[in-house]
Design a binder for this molecule. Sequence first.
Ligand SMILES: [Zn+2]
Length: 350
Amino acid sequence: MKCDYCQQENNASDDFCTHCGMPLGQWYYLENGQEQGPLSSSDVLTLYCKGQLTTETILYREQHARQTFEQSVLYGYAQKWHILEDDATYTQEEIQALQLDENTNVFVEGMQESLPYNQTILFEKPVLEVPSVDWFYQKDEQWMGPVQADSLLTLYLQNEIVEDTLVRNGQQEAVSYASSSIYPQTLEWYIDQGKKEDAGPFSTEQAVAFYVQQEMEPDTLVWAEGLEEWIAFEESALMRFLPEEMPVEQMVQPSTKQPFNKWKVAIIALSVLLVTAIGVDVYLWRVKANHMAQVEVSEEQLESDINDLQDEIDSAKEDLETSQKNNKQNKKDLETVQKKPKKSKKRHRC
Ligand SMILES: [Zn+2]
């Protein structure tokens, strides 16, 4: 019987090659219950190296009992790894520790041809055990990096990368930042209160709510773990959590305009009331004038008309007074609104 490995002739009754020691005869193995083969010893070892057979795979040789690969005579060969053009022998752990280039050709004893390192079972394990710590992110369809995970957090807090930005860890598959393992599920924000003590920590929702309630300005400084320095609210990741119906002008308004606008609203409201009051007065005088034109020059009639007009004037005066009262009430209300932010600011001071 000819040895597939060294091509030397052996006796038909030989179980192993008398020249090289390889098991002689054809091998078969089970894959999903299906018999695969026949294969030479060298072929079986190649499949094991490629990961297509495992130590648990059932295999058998003609005229031999079924066994697992680990129980077979071939398993001993599979423990002896070689690097092409290198006489040394390595165990699986030893050769993996060398962190060979992925194109380096390797083989186990008994294999006819070597394989590139990255096509063998050696390749996957070190990648999983030593994941790259360097991250890359996409900007304008270009990959940027490498950067540390912390730097990605900083970029995120500064609104330079967003939830949908594609990121990848080393050569691993790209995913959105929000679905990556390093996306911050919760953030703690601090709000600068000028000379007062900084307020916080607040959740993203809380911080955004303060802004929506106009208790913060676009240039109010905020900070969260991961930022090197305080940044303006409008430059932070918080901007993206604003409700959609938030009026655009409020987002871009300089802070100094806020109190001014409250006064503007108050002045407009007062003006409207005043104009209405004057309008009512003018109208009544017109009604009176019309009356004058229509009345006959009867003194009695005139006296009666004057009385009627007097009633109308009194009624108009009452209306005017009511308007003025409402006016005062509105002014009060506006003043109350004005004071609210101050009150609530005290509430969230630490
Ligand atoms: Zn042989």
